[in-house]
Design a protein around this ligand. Structure first.
Ligand code: GLA
Length: 331
């Protein structure tokens, strides 16, 4: 029997926390859902460099402070996303032409200031985000161009100094692709052997209803487990469109899309439960289908429906299925 009154995070209480990304300005619209269904929150944009550190000597903590205080009131933990990324940078960083020493100072000051401010409220951090190209080589960002691969060592070093007990993650997408993962893994091994304070990998989890396969996701998880790394699923969503499908004719998802999405969410969460000893938490990238970054990616202005609550904030069939406790499950 289907029962819509259960809570998503209570359902997984014995396994991992359940999170959603949200910004302070959208909190009130989602308050009821968050209060009932989520026990972890990631700032969608409030902690991005451009918002929190808009000028060289000026930080702007208002939005993030609000989010942390909402989360506290609702008993949600906060996942620190994200410290060092190449997107959503302010112009003063993008245009910075100082030498290596100066850029390193910017990176260090940024991490130190943000982590110090929130270290009592935030215990897990995406320290570096999307640092690899699809072939596993380093992405040629301002950080890499100016400092070289040591920017990773510095970033984790400062984060560890500021948050001695925090969990520190390298957050990445497409780690289910073997070629990319092999290079990532060899770099993480090298970092570990140098004593860099990396605790685990953030698996973003931007998928679609056709891809990747559960076996690919399993291989990725297993590889990190073998390396003794913790896993944090940081940005899960399942687009109803294949990546190369650019159709523009839909005003609502087809029943086939809804069914495929339900099956995929079901299989993914079943897999996550198998690895619950290693998975710290699972966060959806958004709360409900009324607001998702996929409305503008990969096709600008095309509606997508990738989450577990619909545009009217109602639980979708995929969520109701997850809430039915699996008879074969051991939890
Ligand atoms: C990346 C970032 C997220 C978010 C998404 C979608 O995955 O890590 O913060 O910006 O892109 O926009």
């Amino acid at each position: 029997m289907r029962c819509s009154t259960k809570s998503f995070c209570e359902r997984y209480n014995n396994s991992f926390c359940i999170g959603a990304s949200v910004d302070s300005e959208r909190w009130s619209g989602y308050a009821d859902i968050i209060q009932k269904h989520f026990n972890s929150i990631s700032p969608e944009n409030d902690m991005k460099f451009v918002n929190i550190h808009p000028t060289e000597y000026g930080y702007s903590f208002e939005r993030m402070d609000k989010l942390v205080s909402f989360a506290k009131q609702f008993g949600c933990k906060v996942h620190g996303h994200t410290l060092i990324w190449h997107e959503q940078l302010p112009d003063w960083v993008k245009r910075y032409e100082g030498n290596e020493k100066h850029i390193k100072k910017i990176l260090e000051n940024h991490i130190h200031t943000v982590v110090e401010r929130y270290k009592n409220d935030i215990s897990e951090w995406d320290v570096v985000n999307e640092i690899f190209e699809e072939d596993g080589s380093f992405r040629n960002t301002i950080w890499f161009k100016s400092i070289g691969e040591m920017f990773i060592d510095y970033a984790f070093g400062v984060a560890r100094e500021s948050a001695p007990n925090g969990l520190l993650f390298l957050n990445e997408f497409n780690g289910h692709v073997f070629q990319k993962r092999q290079k990532m893994v060899s770099i993480v091994k090298k970092l570990k052997s140098k004593g860099v304070a990396i605790d685990g990998i953030g698996i973003q989890g931007h998928y679609n209803i056709f891809y990747p396969s559960i076996d690919m996701i399993r291989s990725e998880i297993e590889e990190y487990v073998r390396m003794g790394l913790k896993i944090r699923v940081t940005e899960l969503d399942i687009s109803v469109f294949d990546y190369f499908d650019r159709r523009l004719d839909l005003y609502c998802p087809t029943s086939e899309m809804i069914k495929r999405q339900e099956d995929m969410y079901y299989s993914i969460f079943k897999l996550y439960e198998e690895y619950r000893d290693y998975i710290e938490g699972v966060t959806l990238w958004g709360v409900a289908d009324d607001h998702t970054w996929l409305d503008d990616y990969p096709v600008n202005g095309r509606k997508d429906w990738p989450l577990l609550f619909d545009e009217k904030l109602k639980a979708k069939p995929a969520l109701l299925r997850l809430l039915e406790r699996d008879e074969t499950s051991t939890v």
